[in-house]
Design a protein around this ligand. Structure first.
Ligand code: GLN
Length: 531
């Protein structure tokens, strides 16, 4: 029987509810329980795929091609489980289903309303995921802050669901922030108390409070929180700012977070297998050497826009016992090639990540030219690979002004072009090549060296592809096509054999990197960068 754990947030947004939920998932997994997760996002977009990374950070992609909230990435990395379309629920997708049903006549005769139609649809999403994953525990995080108008249908659905499940089968963990007042040297609990009051006004009583704080919470303040928020004393959990997010599960374990959850859900505790995770954290904290990796993209002002890339770099660094420092390079600045040289002078490796739109592309091409000519380890991802192909076409294969038709429809050499299936697609939502596809790897290549296999599967999110018509020309100029789709039609990995590490892929390897299992392509980059 599945037990349900709802996570809400109060006081401010960006509290790290995702990390707290993922940490709980980790602690339960470490005890041998199976865990499924869901992220409920109250916005009207059907999925975050149509949102700017500046608004929402990275769009995480699952094996089955769901474009999801970046928190799902944290959940997959911490819990080491692949989630799915069922894991990401937005108001937009809920309303879409209800309105489709209404048009079909499923509710014929009824006035379709938020309660019960929208709330029932939300509850049915919980059950659908439960039926699919059949987990011991299902963690459901509700995006936003309690009191937001748009999250109300979700909160009401949870209230009903909790009541229907009964105590011991569903609990609510409320995450808050304790602000620290420098002048009086105090941590303040009042905003947390207020946010619990708001939660209660919707009929939800939290069973556990997790409080984000920059300082240790004194006993008196914990007592106060327990008393005024009506939670058990042991259920006031401190979540201090940590150097690494991977320390959070261990810090929570020390306070018996999982035990408190299990007790409330009347489930017997089991031994937690955390040795590997502990040694990971030890390695994170004890590495001395630092290497600098540049990420040249256009959303560099918001590091969340590339969060999985950053985490994947770190994972590979941990495995090689080096700290990785990210140097953010705004690709637009690299349009001036002197500036590009200046910016890349002190880095050990360079990543050109995925992206959309022409802004900054010529700068990315300059970055790639520089790393190719100076044999600086390079990993190109998705748009990064498309740029690497254009750069190689222009400057090595002699195809002047070669480009992707995404950026120049009139280019004389469209070395990157829309896939055939994409040409007739009109809408923008969920219409890219999405999710996991197999790829065949050629023996004797760098890709084969790191993957150690001829058949891999990786996640995609793009519309454009390397134009097959130019493959022969590029090959004869020295570009190796080391990964192809199994039918040999689509280029998935390219590399330059005589450079230390110049590898680019059409898929997003970062989505499959896990702290305990770093991704082979990132391992290759970091290994070369250390050298
Ligand atoms: N804009 C490119 C495409 O649509 C690359 C997408 C990406 O980097 N995710 O193919």
């Amino acid at each position: 029987m599945t037990k349900f754990i709802f996570i809400t947030g109060g006081v401010v947004s960006s509290l790290g509810k995702g990390i707290i939920g993922a940490s709980l998932g980790k602690l339960l997994r470490a005890r041998g329980f199976s865990v499924a997760i869901q992220k409920f996002d109250p916005y009207i977009n059907v999925d975050p795929g149509t949102m700017s990374p500046f608004q929402h950070g990275e769009v995480f992609v699952t094996d089955d091609g769901a474009e999801t909230d970046l928190d799902l990435g944290h959940y997959e990395r911490f819990i080491d489980t692949n989630f799915s379309q069922l894991s990401n629920v937005t108001s937009g997708s809920v309303y879409q289903t209800v309105i489709q049903k209404e048009r079909r006549g499923d509710y014929l005769g009824a006035t379709v309303q938020v309660i019960p139609h929208i709330t029932n649809e939300i509850k049915s999403r919980i059950i659908k995921a439960q039926k699919h994953f059949k987990p011991d525990f299902q963690i459901i995080e509700i995006g936003g802050t309690i009191g937001d108008i748009e999250s109300l249908p979700f909160i009401e659905a949870i209230r009903q669901f909790k009541t229907e499940q009964g105590i011991a089968n569903a609990i609510n963990i409320h995450c808050t922030l304790l602000p620290y007042l420098q002048t009086s040297g105090e941590l303040k609990t009042k905003p947390s108390q207020h946010s619990v009051t708001v939660l209660r006004s919707y009929g939800l009583q939290p069973e556990i409070l997790v409080c984000r704080t920059a300082k240790p919470i004194p006993k008196t303040e914990k007592d106060k929180l327990a008393l005024f928020c009506s939670v058990a004393r042991e259920a006031v959990i401190e979540c201090r700012d940590m150097k690494s997010i991977y320390e959070v599960p261990l810090a929570l374990e020390e306070q018996n977070f999982a035990q408190v959850v299990l007790k409330l859900l009347q489930t017997e505790d089991k031994n937690a297998e955390l040795a590997e995770w502990r040694s990971l954290v030890e390695r994170i904290n004890n590495t001395k050497k630092t290497i600098r990796i540049a990420i040249a993209g256009k959303y560099t002002k918001l590091s969340d826009a590339y969060i999985s890339v950053v985490e994947a770099v770190k994972h590979a660094g941990y495995a090689h016992n080096v700290k990785t420092e990210i140097k953010w390079i705004n690709s637009e600045e690299c349009i001036d090639s002197n500036k590009c040289k200046e910016l890349l002078g002190d880095v050990a490796g360079v990543i050109v990540p995925g992206g959309f739109g022409v802004r900054g592309v010529e700068g990315k091409l300059n970055v790639i030219k520089y790393v190719r000519e100076n044999n600086i380890p390079f990993l190109g991802i998705c748009l990064g690979m498309q740029c690497a192909v254009s750069e190689f076409a222009r400057n090595v294969a002699g195809l002047k002004d070669a480009n992707s038709t995404e950026f120049d429809e009139g280019t004389p050499y469209p070395v990157v072009d829309l896939m055939l299936e994409q040409k007739n697609i009109k809408g923008y939502g969920g219409t890219m090549r999405l999710g996991a596809y197999d790829c065949h790897i050629k023996k004797g290549t760098k890709a084969f060296e790191v993957y150690g296999s001829t058949r891999i599967s990786e996640r995609h999110r793009h519309r454009y592809e390397v134009n097959t018509e130019y493959i022969e020309k590029l090959k004869s100029s020295g570009l190796e096509f080391s990964g192809m789709s199994p039918d040999g039609m689509l280029s998935e990995i390219v590399e330059i054999p005589n450079l230390d590490w110049f590898v680019a892929c059409q898929f997003h390897p970062e989505f499959k990197s896990r702290p305990e299992r770093p991704h082979p392509l990132f391992m290759g980059l970091i290994k070369a960068a250390i050298k």
